[in-house]
Design a protein around this ligand. Sequence first.
Ligand code: HEM
Length: 116
Amino acid sequence: MIAKQPALGRPEATCAALIPVKKSASWWRLAQDERRAVFEEQSEHIKTGLKYLPAVARRLHHCHDLGEPFDFLTWFEYAPADSAAFEELVATLRRSEEWKHVEREVDIRLVREVAA
Ligand code: HEM
């Protein structure tokens, strides 16, 4: 997977999404292996995500223990031609078992202007 993961900042990847995610208190009460099972076996998060590499570059920041409003800050970059694929990816994840544990998310989209 690491081999397929593109770097951030590719010139052609002018679209981005910043999606802060907060999971429920009941999620955090699950044992780590139970969370893993929902994330991997039941929701196939990584298997799904891998289908969108190398089109989508990503970065994940954990902030659960920092007393912030969100548990994760997720960041994605992709080319306009891959916009539909990115929408399909987020829609698939939002239908998954994992997302039943998402209490709040804010979906912020950004577009970088290309200098003429
Ligand atoms: C581009 C395709 C994607 C791949 C390959 C991918 C892969 C992964 C992997 C491997 C992890 C485990 C932690 C790590 O190693 O970084 C992870 C965690 C996570 N991803 Fe994704 N992901 C993708 C897309 C997304 C999208 C589109 C979202 C949000 C809409 C998202 C939200 C999260 C969250 C919130 C976590 C933390 C889950 C937790 O620990 O409870 N991911 N992802």
